[in-house]
Design a protein around this ligand. Structure first.
Ligand code: FES
Length: 506
């Protein structure tokens, strides 16, 4: 097995306080009622919470972990409207007007973040940078040129370049001017401090286990109930299945390694490649030095067994291209990719008047998540928003494209394939030290991990969300569900939803 280095935690999470807000306890706050409850303290939820608080509403953000410790805390944190190659295909699939709105809304998201950084004096390593989508080989140049042309047609700040500050030659790149990067958790933690108080709350380590729409809406947590006029579900994939959003996208996993880099080798700006083996690159301040982040090796959840080898490939790239000798961090992330490339933002179902969702940010959550928060804040206040119909959560088009049909079939295959995969071993003795394995014991499907002290951790292999069988993730020692992306620790605890219950003890 390949061995990788680097502390297995996101730099953003490792370099910020590990939580500073209380858990919700109904006995300390009986009959708590706010205007808006926000389930999930990532960038979408916190943006909405901040806007609503500024509009005079009382809010309660309820986060199962700590603010910004979920998907937002594990991105490369580029705030940009250049989403690799998106505009040429958006024009083709949705038409020029919708593609223009997509660009415009993502540009507006950059300005929203920039506005708060300035007005609230948020110390979050925010800086304006150019972003680039680059092709190393001339075989990919047509795609790059098509994207430049599409983006220029839509009025976006795009140009074609062949020279960049990367320490290797490229064939060509799309360049967007005046984009931005930041430290996402410093940003969110600062927003949290501004939101909390005067009748508004931030609750950390508080898992929501049930929601009931009503007047008011009921929010059930592990430690009691609270009430709100409106509820926003901003949990990456909604924790409520009623809107069937789990069937409108697929979970995509990607990997990041980070290392101190020689400033002479460090690229200026933010980069992403195209095609197989693409890499995502950016730097961030690291004390008085520079940390280079290298992302890539993305795949659909559950399609790769040796996840550790993905980190190894990124490290190899860092050594080859940037002369890096040792790596400080490695982590992975998981996001929901919308089948039609557009996020879903709006009501949970046509029957829900007071419960809203945002999901499907398709790996571009810093801008898509911010604009989703802006849309949700307007929706709650009954304000018109020019992007509302583009991102309408109730739209019915996503299953029309060939890609989406294939993606759906892949998810469907897990339901059948799960019944056949592995599960042929029958004894815990078959599990080696450091290994996770699926077993069938007394007719039950068991996910077993043997730790370095030879202790077995055995839990049910059946995901409590909708019953798929989980897969072992060897790089991060977790059980990951291939169907909709729930993740669990070795003892079954929830690491990522949509599941709201842990894996049962075996
Ligand atoms: Fe849906 Fe596991 S996440 S079945």
């Amino acid at each position: 097995m390949t061995s990788v280095t680097g502390k297995p935690v996101s730099y953003w999470i490792d370099s910020t306080p590990q939580g500073e807000f209380p858990t919700f306890q109904a006995d300390l706050l009986p009959d708590l009622r706010v205007d808006v409850a926000i389930v999930g303290g990532g960038i979408a939820g916190m943006t909405a919470a901040m806007l609503l608080k500024q509009a005079g509403k009382t809010v309660a953000v309820i986060e199962a972990d700590t603010i910004g410790a979920g998907v937002t805390g594990k991105t490369t944190a580029k705030i940009t409207s250049l989403h690799q190659l998106v505009y040429a295909s958006l024009i083709k699939e949705h038409g020029e007007e919708k593609a223009r709105l997509y660009g415009e809304s993502n540009q507006a998201a950059i300005e929203q973040v920039s506005l708060w950084v300035r007005s609230e004096e948020i110390d979050c390593d925010f800086s304006r940078r150019s972003t680039y989508t680059f092709a190393e080989s001339s075989g990919q140049l047509d795609k790059i040129k098509d994207e430049v042309e599409a983006a220029q047609r839509l009025g976006l700040p795009a140009s074609f370049v062949t020279e960049t500050s990367l320490p290797f030659p490229i064939a060509g790149a799309v360049k967007f001017d005046n984009q931005a990067q930041f430290h996402p958790r410093k940003y969110l933690q600062h927003l949290a401090r501004l939101i909390s108080g005067a009748g508004s709350y931030i609750f950390e380590h508080t898992r929501v286990t049930g929601l009931e729409e009503g007047a008011p809406c009921k929010i059930v947590t592990e430690r009691g109930v609270l009430w709100a006029q409106d509820v926003l579900i901003t949990t990456n994939l909604p924790i409520s299945d009623e809107g069937l959003f789990f069937a409108k996208g697929y979970p995509q996993r990607s990997y990041i390694v980070a290392a101190e880099v020689d400033p002479s080798q460090a690229p200026e700006g933010m980069y992403i490649g195209v095609g197989e083996g693409y890499r995502s690159l950016r730097t961030t301040p690291y004390g008085d030095r520079l940390l280079l982040m290298i992302g890539g090796e993305g795949h659909k959840v559950g399609t790769v067994e040796d996840t550790e080898s993905r980190f190894a490939k990124l490290e190899e790239y860092g050594r080859d291209r940037f002369g890096i000798e040792s790596f400080a961090y490695r982590w992975s992330n998981q996001d929901i990719v919308s089948f039609d490339k557009l996020p879903y933002v709006g009501r949970l179902t046509p029957m829900h008047e007071h419960t809203f969702v945002a999901t499907g940010f398709s790996l571009w959550g810093m801008s898509n998540g911010t604009l989703a928060g802006m849309l949700l804040a307007d929706a709650v206040q009954g304000k018109d928003n020019p992007w509302e119909s583009l991102y309408d959560s109730l739209r019915v088009t996503p299953f029309l494209s060939g890609t989406s049909i294939k993606e759906n079939l892949d998810v469907g295959k897990h339901w059948v394939g799960d019944r056949l995969k592995g599960l042929t071993e029958h004894s815990l003795n078959d599990v080696a030290i450091g290994e996770g394995k699926l077993l069938t014991i007394d007719g039950k499907k068991v996910a077993a991990y043997r730790d370095e002290q030879s202790q077995i951790h055995a839990v049910s292999a059946t995901c409590p969300h909708l019953g798929c069988i989980v897969n072992w993730n060897n790089a991060e020692k977790s059980w990951d569900c291939p169907c909709h992306g729930s993740r669990f620790g070795c003892d079954g605890e929830i690491l990522q939803g949509p599941a709201i219950q842990p894996l049962e003890q075996a």
